[in-house]
Design a protein around this ligand. Sequence first.
Ligand SMILES: Cc1cc2nc3c(=O)[nH]c(=O)nc-3n(C[C@H](O)[C@H](O)[C@H](O)COP(=O)(O)OP(=O)(O)OC[C@H]3O[C@@H](n4cnc5c(N)ncnc54)[C@H](O)[C@@H]3O)c2cc1C
Length: 328
Amino acid sequence: MKTYDIIVIGAGPAGISAAIAAKKEGIDNLIILDREDNLGGILNQCIHDGFGMDTFKENITGPEYAERLIDIVKTLNIGYKTKTTVLNIDRDNIVTAVNGIDGVFRIRGKALIYAAGARENGNLKGDINRNKCAGIYTAGTVQRFVNVEGYVTGKNAIILGSNNLGLIMAGRLVIEGIHVKAIIEPEKNILGLEKNFMNWVKPFDIPVKLGYDIIGIEGTKRITGVTIIKVDINHRRQEGTEKFIACDNLILASKLIPETEIISKLGVSMCKKNNEPKVDETLQTNISGIFVCGNALHINEFADSVAKEGNIAGINAAKYIKFDGSVF
Ligand SMILES: Cc1cc2nc3c(=O)[nH]c(=O)nc-3n(C[C@H](O)[C@H](O)[C@H](O)COP(=O)(O)OP(=O)(O)OC[C@H]3O[C@@H](n4cnc5c(N)ncnc54)[C@H](O)[C@@H]3O)c2cc1C
């Protein structure tokens, strides 16, 4: 079995920045693994601008940000495998992964940097059966369909949730010719940034229904509409305010949560309150030699802060290798 000094899991801005930092600290024997076709992580589907003000002192798009990091990976000759899904990490730091060329394979990392990003949590409440018909998507999936793969999700959309992803996708869908009938938000205020509302919602006159929630989904094969209801500040339903809105796709713009399944199975300690991995100031977990950074650690609003965190993890993982397990 091949042993690397450092294996980086995840090639978003966190993982790439960690690998670059470790390489600059003198670690040559390292590899990045990612399940996607290309390096860059979620940046590749964020085609709007608003990235890079801190790191590159320029307002660039997500793919441009990714490209700049990838250029550095190539210049520094850092090894990577894409289309490679990590299935498991065991206690001896053995990573089991699979891809179309190597099949299932196992490699060992003296240190591991876990930078697997985040997943969407879903925000349909209560007893709504979300699996009964087609046409219900998470906003991240829609962002990928529309921005990367060139598909639209239907003709008449409802978006549940007004976080940044919900606001940005509302405008993107209108640009692609979809009628966005409403953004439904149970809170009394919009959750995303003002600038995203001003850039992506207001210019298209997309109605935002604050203080409303979805309580029913109609449709058999495909969604035909949703029932909304007014809710108070404690999210209690105001009976008698129900209203049906016809739609053929429903987009769930929900909270992101760190993607921690593989490391929690391994025994990495998690905070009880929010299920985020516990790390020390070097970003090392309770398991010696396992570092976590980026959205896998906690949800970051900006790629620049994710990149900074990756840098810290990379420097400390490199110290761990150079000084035999000591990072101080
Ligand atoms: C809609 C939206 C708008 C945003 N707008 C801005 C903005 O304007 N400005 C800004 O600075 N930031 C913005 N961000 C935030 C920024 O994009 C993210 O915080 C950042 O990209 C997260 O980086 P990451 O490396 O932690 O995770 P990701 O970029 O998600 O990378 C994680 C990588 O891990 C890989 N992975 C996961 N599990 C496995 C596995 N088991 N095996 C192999 N690979 C795996 C994934 O394929 C992925 O490539 C936005 C984010 C979104 C979603």
